[in-house]
Write a protein that binds this ligand. Structure first.
Ligand code: SF4
Length: 151
């Protein structure tokens, strides 16, 4: 099995790592069919399409069969649900705001918050933004409570 990663597409969703092992460590268990199946399912769950695989160097790439859909995603974080990227699947053509076409792909995650430094792609910045907003809301609420005590 040949696994390829295009880091420019990755949005750090983390589907390619478990608590106990990374995808690289799982792939290193050459000859273990359970490890191979686990690796395949991790690669196929990669939402951005950063990870793909083939059954040999000259073999065609194998991608999951996904419907032509645009999904507005929500991510569940330790601080609660936050808005995630737009998940575009099924080779829907995408055009940049300047009219240039984006490579038509089986799956891709697009920036939905406007803060990605890799637009039109998501780079995971929405998580940092959500944390920043959460901290500033908590500060505001503490200030409000403090002023309430004085009156
Ligand atoms: S987008 Fe794909 S390659 Fe990037 S962290 Fe998620 S699963 Fe891994």
């Amino acid at each position: 099995m040949v696994v390829k990663k295009d880091p420019t597409l990755c949005m750090n969703s983390g589907f390619c790592a478990l608590r106990q092992a990374t995808l690289e460590q799982i792939l290193a268990k050459d000859g273990d069919p359970r490890a191979r199946l686990l690796a395949l399912s991790m690669i196929e769950r990669c939402p951005s399409g950063s990870l793909i695989y083939a059954l040999g160097n000259r073999e065609p790439t194998i991608e999951p069969d996904l419907p032509a859909e645009i999904s507005d995603t929500t991510e569940i974080t330790s601080a609660g649900p936050i808005a995630g990227p737009l998940w575009v699947t099924g080779r829907i053509p995408i055009e940049r705001s300047d009219g240039r076409p984006f490579e038509t792909r089986n799956r891709v995650t697009l920036c939905n918050c406007g803060h990605s430094s890799n637009r039109p792609l998501c780079d995971g910045t929405h998580r940092r933004e959500a944390e920043r907003l959460g901290r500033s809301r908590a500060q505001e609420s503490r200030k409000g409570e403090g002023s309430g005590k004085r009156t």
